[in-house]
Design a protein around this ligand. Structure first.
Ligand code: FE2
Ligand code: FE2
Length: 407
């Protein structure tokens, strides 16, 4: 495999030389470049191919936020990582939607290595010829749903209030109606009726509501034709359920709120590649579905035969370009191919994979083609294979509650 090039940007020479030492063991598979300012970094980017940019936030002149925003515009396929200190809260808000991953400074060497390895695999995907060709044959890609990007913009202002957020949502009546319908569904088990977006944000948290808005936005933006072979409504239900299951699994294993939120978003969007392929090339997608059913292979295998890439990779590619958090992009990309996910730990890719598997265990009739297999090997390695039984019980409880609610 081609060597990946990682560019580090920091105005402190000591930090750069420390990084150089820390990363020595990785030089067989990667090459490293170092720049002492944003301007110097852009010069390097203009003269050679860079796969991953890791930048410090605070630098004189062009700061990390400005640099990575420029990188996103000019080199959208480079993975962008930011090192931040304690006082960088405002800067973090400024780069939501730009940075794939934030790392606290000083970076723990093992975590830094893990993040870089994962970033290069993600970059492989963003640069994968077949996926790229497929995506470009689709024509223009959908952009980030409008309301979601408006919310992101508003949230960049440190003085923005809950009322500001609610006001944006309320402007769109159709979105408000859908959002309230969702938050009142038994998936959230709130046992009380929520009548306004601001209540929803209060009870569920801004991140969950934002994720729902993104999900609703993506599904309504990617208009799909009616089809007897592929049912988009079913896909939406599956996505909602997988999101709820992913949240349950994550909350069962960790208190890390960011991980729980990312698992939820990843569950909601994990099959966005299916939606993208079906909405843009419906006949071909129906062919893939038919192939999976008739030849008893998995849907991913059939997609690879018909399109040259599977929905995980196509979806991950799109969401990667949108600048969603790295763990979410990784989860979408690898939910059917955990074997090629580097350095597995308990994280959104594993959670999404398990949530998707559990959904089809509980709803066997919904599975197109060969049933999903659980990647027992990876779960065993992480010492959590015997937790799956409990996860299934918890997910089943939620699903039963939802069915009671419907009936
Ligand atoms: Fe999938
Ligand atoms: Fe799925």
């Amino acid at each position: 495999m081609e060597k990946k090039t990682i560019l580090f940007v920091d105005d402190e020479p000591n930090i750069l030389s420390g990084l150089q030492r820390m990363l020595r063991s990785m030089r067989k598979t990667m090459s490293f470049q170092f720049a002492e300012s944003g301007t110097a970094a852009l010069e390097i980017l203009a003269s050679e191919h860079i796969d991953v940019v890791v930048s410090d936030m605070r630098m004189p002149g062009m700061d990390g936020a400005d640099l990575l925003t420029a990188v996103q515009k000019q080199y959208p396929h480079a993975v962008r990582i930011m090192l931040t200190g304690q006082a960088d809260e405002g800067a973090i808000m400024r780069t939501v939607g730009v940075v794939h991953q934030f790392l606290a400074k000083p970076a723990d060497p093992d975590i830094l290595k893990q993040v870089i390895k994962r970033a290069t695999v993600l970059q492989d995907l963003m640069a994968d010829k077949q996926t790229k060709e497929l995506v470009s044959s689709i024509g223009s890609l959908p952009s980030l749903p409008k309301m979601y990007s408006m919310l992101q913009e508003t949230l960049k202002d440190p003085d923005c209030s809950l009322a500001d957020v609610a006001k944006i949502i309320e402007q769109d009546l159709a979105m408000t109606a859908k959002l309230l319908q969702l938050v009142n569904s038994a998936f959230f088990g709130l046992y009380k009726h929520i009548e306004s977006p601001s209540r929803a944000v209060n009870l569920l948290g801004l991140d969950t509501v934002k994720a729902l808005i993104l999900g609703v936005g993506v599904f309504s933006e990617l208009k799909s034709p009616g089809s007897k072979i592929f049912d988009v409504n079913k896909l939406w239900y599956h996505s909602m359920a997988t999101a709820a299951f992913a949240k349950i699994i994550a909350a069962q294993e960790t208190d890390d709120k960011e991980m729980i939120d990312n698992a939820f978003i990843a569950g909601l969007l994990h099959d966005v590649g299916k939606l993208l392929l079906f909405s843009r090339m419906p006949e071909k997608y129906e062919q893939a579905v038919t192939l999976a059913m008739e030849s008893h292979c998995s849907l991913e295998e059939a997609e690879r035969q018909i399109f040259g890439a599977c929905h995980g990779h196509v979806g991950g590619y799109l969401i990667g370009l949108w600048g969603l958090p790295g763990p979410v992009v990784e989860a979408i990309t690898f939910h059917h191919s955990l074997d090629s996910y580097p350095e597995p730990s308990f994280c959104p890719p594993i959670i999404t994979h398990a949530a998707d598997y559990i959904y089809y265990q509980l709803n066997r009739g919904d599975c197109i083609g060969e049933p999903r297999q659980l990647n027992e090997y990876t779960l065993e390695q992480l010492g959590i294979l015997d937790h799956v039984e409990r996860w299934v019980e918890l997910c089943l409880e939620t699903q039963n509650r939802c069915e009671e609610d419907d009936g």
